[in-house]
Structures are given as structure tokens and as C-alpha cells.
Design a protein around this ligand. Structure first.
Ligand code: HEC
Length: 122
């Protein structure tokens, strides 16, 4: 494990308790986010890890976080992140953005929905 991943995991473990209560819809997504995305993405602080931080990702333009070295593919994609584009991306990132460095596909539709609801509630 590299340092960035360890730092992300440590800060996840620490931040787990301090998070304020979320709406019914977003709460299951919080746990799933930590499990599925948290090793690479920060949400509570604008700190980049293996992936860019996702603070305020809904409404953001793809590839726009300062200081993160995106793939040219994502940077040049022109995607605006909404619930719909996130749904497409998470189902199969490489199909939406050929050449992206985010490789994982998230095949469980219920989990995707919960995670996106959580991201929107931030
Ligand atoms: C193994 C590490 C890893 C995991 C796990 C991961 N991602 Fe990523 N993610 C990345 C990387 C790396 C990038 C940058 C890709 C690029 O530059 O092409 C990225 C990019 C993104 C972006 C684009 C952000 C932007 O600023 O344009 C979104 C949105 C995203 N990930 C969401 C998620 C969500 C939601 C999950 C969990 C369901 C997740 N990712 C899981 C590594 C990961």
C-alpha cells in the first residue's frame, strides 16, 4: 500500500464518527461510499488521494479539481457531473470515458443509486 492509500484509510477511520446525520435516502449510501469509494476518494476534505476528492462533485465539471493529475481522457471529456452522468460513469467508467484511470465498474444498481443519493446530499 502506498502512503496516499494509507492516509485515506486512516482519515476514513477517524472521520467515521463525526459525520452528521443524513436523510433516510442518503444514509445507506454513506456506508457504501466508504466501502466502495473511500480508499481512493475523499469527501469530507478537499484532499486528493488515488482519485480526486469528491467534495461538491455533483455540479462539477469532470477533471476540474486543482492539483489532481487526471488522465487526458477524463480531463478532456467535458462531462458535467449530475446524478445521470454519475450513474453512467459508475456502471462502466471506461465505456463512458475511454482511457480513464478509474477502472472499477460498479454493477449493483441499488448500490449505485444509494451512493449517488449520498453524493447529492453533500
Ligand atoms: C481504486 C481507486 C478508485 C476507486 C475505488 C474509485 N475511484 Fe473514482 N476515480 C479514481 C481515479 C484514479 C480517478 C481519476 C480518473 C482519471 O483521471 O481518468 C477517479 C475519478 C472519479 C470521478 C471523476 C471526478 C472528477 O473530478 O472528474 C468520479 C465522479 C468518481 N471517480 C467517483 C467514484 C465513486 C462514486 C466511487 C465508488 C463507487 C469511485 N469513484 C471509486 C479512482 C477510484
Amino acid at each position: 500500500m502506498n502512503k496516499v492509500v494509507i492516509a485515506a484509510l486512516v482519515s476514513l477511520a477517524v472521520s467515521g464518527h463525526a459525520t452528521p446525520a443524513l436523510s433516510q435516502e442518503a444514509a445507506p449510501g454513506q456506508k457504501l461510499f466508504q466501502q466502495r469509494c473511500g480508499a481512493c476518494h475523499q469527501l469530507e476534505t478537499p484532499r486528493n488521494g488515488v482519485g480526486p476528492h469528491l467534495l461538491g462533485v455533483v455540479g462539477r465539471t469532470a477533471g476540474s479539481v486543482d492539483g489532481f493529475r487526471y488522465s487526458a481522457a477524463l480531463k478532456g471529456s467535458g462531462i458535467a457531473w449530475t446524478a445521470e452522468t454519475l450513474e453512467t460513469f459508475l456502471s462502466n467508467p471506461a465505456a463512458m470515458v475511454r482511457g480513464t484511470r478509474m477502472a472499477q465498474r460498479f454493477n449493483n444498481a441499488d448500490e449505485r443509486r444509494a451512493i449517488i443519493a449520498f453524493l447529492r446530499a453533500q
